[in-house]
Write a protein that binds this ligand. Structure first.
Ligand code: HEC
Length: 174
């Protein structure tokens, strides 16, 4: 299994076996988050659409609305203490969804440049991270982002990489 080391990673992740274990765990967590997120989009969002129930940012105030896919991931993430899951973009609607480090920015850029990669993993200081490209699986993803008042990128098309789901594991001292 290929394990990518950043420069700081070389200093902290001195055991290749340890890095491989984190790599595997990060990939499992990421796969799980992606699977739940896809199930939500394909089986809840798409299903309720037929009766006029749609994802809306202020869904809490509206009994006929459900959370946005990104809010679904972020809410689950806010319930975690031991590691982080999140959703990021290079031109996000809100700055809070920008990559947290230079290594995350570089990883996201590499996913956008070559979407066939789909997943990248890398050591980043004290954390080990896995990132999966988040594709505009339906036109509604692109439409909402292109028309949101806070949007700083209005040119998304179906199939584009809009950002990434990210898992951040913190290395345990040992
Ligand atoms: C109805 C509007 C709407 C729809 C539909 C929607 N999004 Fe978003 N998306 C948002 C908003 C608003 C945020 C910021 C939410 C937050 O951080 O609280 C966001 C956040 C994101 C982010 C994090 C980076 C950023 O731009 O903030 C990604 C990546 C993303 N969405 C991808 C998608 C994908 C892929 C789909 C389709 C499966 C999708 N979105 C559907 C409105 C939408």
């Amino acid at each position: 299994m290929a394990v990518a080391f950043g420069l700081s990673g070389l200093l902290l992740w001195n055991s290749a076996a340890q890095a491989e274990t984190y790599d595997l765990v990060a990939r499992y967590v990421l796969e799980t988050v992606r699977a739940f997120r896809s199930a939500y989009v394909l089986h809840v969002v798409e299903h309720t659409k037929e009766v006029g129930i749609a994802p809306k940012e202020d869904w809490v105030k509206n009994a006929h609305a459900i959370p946005l896919p990104a809010q679904f991931v972020k809410t689950a993430g806010s319930d975690l203490d031991t590691f982080e899951i999140g959703i990021i973009g290079l031109t996000p609607i809100y700055k809070s969804n920008l990559p947290k480090t230079e290594a995350e920015t570089d990883a996201l850029k590499s996913l956008m440049a070559d979407p066939s990669k789909k997943i990248v993993t890398f050591a980043d200081g004290k954390q080990f991270k896995a990132m999966a490209a988040d594709f505009a699986v339906s036109q509604s993803c692109a439409d909402c982002h292109n028309s949101h008042p806070e949007s700083r990128w209005r040119n998304f098309k179906k199939g584009d990489v809009m950002g990434a789901i990210v898992v951040r594991l913190t290395r345990q001292a040992n």
